[in-house]
Design a binder for this molecule. Sequence first.
Ligand code: SF4
Length: 327
Amino acid sequence: MLGAPGRVAVILRALNLGKDYPVRGSRRPLRALAGVSFELDRGETLGIVGESGCGKSTLARLLVRLELPTTGTVEFDGVDLTALSGARLRASRRRIQMVFQDPYSSLNPRQRVGAAIEEVLRVHKLHRRVSELLGMVGLSPAHADRYPHELSGGQRQRVSIARALAAEPAVLILDEAVSALDVSVRAEVMNLLVRLRDELGLGYVFISHDLSMVRHISTRIAVMYLGRIVELGPWDSVQDEPLHPYTVALQRTMPVPDPELASRQIDVPIQGEVPNPAAPPTGCPFHPRCPLAEQVCRERRPPLEELRGGHLAACHVAARMTAASPA
Ligand code: SF4
């Protein structure tokens, strides 16, 4: 099951997405993404977490069709984005907006804030709603006359969100959108995102390297490793009873406020570095770093399969243990 249990309406569907990049001097491409599939419902937040180099940002670019996938499709509201071009692509793409980590580089430093939002409004033939949009993100109409350097980091990210909302999207792809902010400002922007999601019924794909950030906002969580989803499930199930050793290892980097939960955590130290995606390991891509690795892990790649209600993982050992444990 790639979507949430008891779902209402799928707005975004990634099916078997893969992306290869050529490597100079080599016939083997760099496989940045392989076989990624998931569904996002209207108003749902899917958190995507993984270390840098795991393919999160490649996935974000494919979802908004900044790039075409090597394999697979992206469906938005039932329409295959990878098959569209021209006006139909622009019309669909308007409804999936992206917010990047660094608003300073995505905003034009010589353009006033109001003009930056107006630009999107003009492109999409919408009315002048700058003050309203600034109000929606907790800024005043006076901010429209400021330049990005006159704003704080948190205010700049609010402008980026207002700019994305100007296109009246159904889905926002948030790629490390709060990672660069101070802790207190980050909490404010996260609260803003939750409010906007609930008020406007937006779907979010919330991408971060930090599991603690993802779990605060997500309905479901997908954990990525070396271009693949290795665990996918409801956030509480992934948080309280992770199935994949890599998710357990990611959790160890987070403070655990609940002592009972802390005592239930398996102590799985993560070893070594992320392998080179141009030469991925055989079998399970996590096996060189996995303290639970067995011979089968070096030989066969485990499929991503449902091991508990709505909770999927790609791990031979987890599959055996869940099959052995009473339902
Ligand atoms: Fe570790 Fe094996 Fe599971 Fe991969 S399949 S995560 S190597 S136990």
